[in-house]
Design a protein around this ligand. Structure first.
Ligand code: ADP
Length: 407
């Protein structure tokens, strides 16, 4: 069965086509600048040269059609006919309290996703455009939605409620939702396999450190607490997001700098974090480079970034009353040995003993970066959210009526 995984943004759309018997990626690509004059479709098939096509793509329905054309293209394609796309899985950022697992799309699911627009105004409307666009192009193909928040629906009230008037929760669903759930879920499963122990026996802290970053306490395979909140702004210091701060900074800054709510919101989401403190970049590679060249601001940004991660790991070890392994994943977590080293250096009191040689190894595989004697393991676990979306979609689509239309 072939599953097409779609991550639709407001002006972009990423795709991956999987063959699910082997879980092999047949093709990946993206459409950028949707709604603009020169939209770009980039299509990649392993072992072949990348294809770039510039055209005018005004909306998502055309974008999906172009993707399907490319997938079945005589020269660049990987399928003989569009009917070989047998299910489509979408990444959806916000599932609110409505969705605690992946589901097949139907009229009711679409309605519920729409109801959540207020909670994710930048993301959910774009995902809906993606779903509608697939429906237009592939009306008979089952679609599934996989939510970034779903994995965290297991959190207890003590983790997800804020200490503010409860009417705000009842009326407006103000609570912690958490994000990167698909990634935390995937890496915790991979880690359990690697460690050769059942997930239900493990206490893990998973650190998804990319441009956006979050830590999750995973107790017996379930999310117990996570650092992102109502929105992805809370928690760790990120590329351009501030992470945790005293909420009183918002009115204080608005007053002192004569800023509007939107301006403060944009400052905290887009002009803070590594970018603001280093004054150089939101990209960890550039910050580390500057730090190594002696730039003091870059060093401070790096230290603050690592410190915040360490603080969360410590807090979650206390929250779970123990810790078996720390998992590092995503762009920074998988690639920056310097960052991992700085985080782990402060965790020796747990009995976490970094193996510097192992930490420095570059690889695409799951690997241990602590010594064999270390009481707490630290692992690098490359994330693969698309694969988890494809697996959920495959499972749900197969379950539909027991057999597949095109198989
Ligand atoms: P997202 O999906 O949140 O956009 P990714 O997980 O792809 O982010 O991570 C992107 C970030 O990973 C980049 O901003 C960059 O800072 C970081 N990154 C990628 N490679 C390296 C590296 N070799 N060393 C340090 N940081 C890296």
């Amino acid at each position: 069965m072939n599953v097409l995984v779609i991550n639709a943004g407001s002006s972009s759309l990423k795709y991956q086509l999987y063959e699910m018997n082997t879980e092999q990626v047949l093709a990946t690509g993206r459409v950028e600048r949707i709604g603009m004059e020169s939209s770009i479709l980039t299509h990649e098939v392993e072992g072949r040269a990348e294809v770039r096509e510039v055209s005018e793509i005004l909306e998502h329905t055309t974008a999906i059609r172009k993707v399907l054309d490319m997938l079945t293209h005589r020269q660049f394609g990987v399928l003989n006919a569009i009917s070989e796309v047998q299910a489509v899985g979408h990444r959806v950022v916000h599932g609110g309290e409505t969705f605690s697992e992946s589901v097949l799309v139907d009229a009711n699911v679409k309605l519920e996703i729409r109801k959540l627009f207020d909670l994710a105004p930048l993301h959910n409307p774009a995902h809906m455009m993606g779903i509608a666009a697939v429906e237009m192009n592939l009306p008979d193909v089952p679609q599934a939605v996989v939510f970034d928040t779903a994995f965290h629906q297991t959190m207890p009230k003590t983790s997800y409620l804020y200490a503010i008037p409860t009417v705000l929760y009842r009326k407006h669903q103000v609570r912690r939702y958490g994000f990167h759930g698909t990634s935390h879920d995937y890496v915790s499963q991979r880690a359990a396999e690697y460690l050769g122990r059942p997930l239900r026996d493990l206490k893990l802290v998973s650190c998804h450190i990319g441009n956006g970053a979050s830590c999750t306490a995973i107790l017996h395979g379930r999310s117990y607490d996570t650092s992102m909140g109502l929105t992805p702004l809370e928690g760790l210091m990120m590329g351009t997001r501030s992470g945790d701060l005293d909420p009183a900074i918002v009115p204080y800054t608005m007053n002192k700098e004569d800023l509007t709510l939107n301006e403060v919101n944009s400052m905290l989401n887009k002009h803070s974090g590594l970018m603001a403190v280093s004054g150089i970049s939101s990209d960890m590679r550039e910050v580390v480079q500057a730090m190594e060249a002696g730039n003091e601001q870059a060093k401070l940004a790096f230290e603050m970034y690592a410190y915040r991660i360490r603080k969360y790991i410590g807090a979650y070890a206390a929250a779970m009353d123990g810790l078996d392994a720390v998992l590092f994943t995503a762009g920074v977590g998988e690639n920056s040995d310097v960052l991992r080293k700085r985080v782990c250096e402060g965790l020796t009191f747990f009995g976490l003993e970094l193996d510097h040689g192992r930490n420095a190894v570059r690889s695409k595989d799951v690997r241990r970066i602590t010594t064999d004697a270390s009481k707490v393991a630290a692992l690098v676990v490359p994330t693969n959210e698309e694969l988890l979306i494809a697996r959920d979609t495959y499972r749900l689509a197969r379950g539909q009526g027991g057999e597949l239309r095109h198989e």
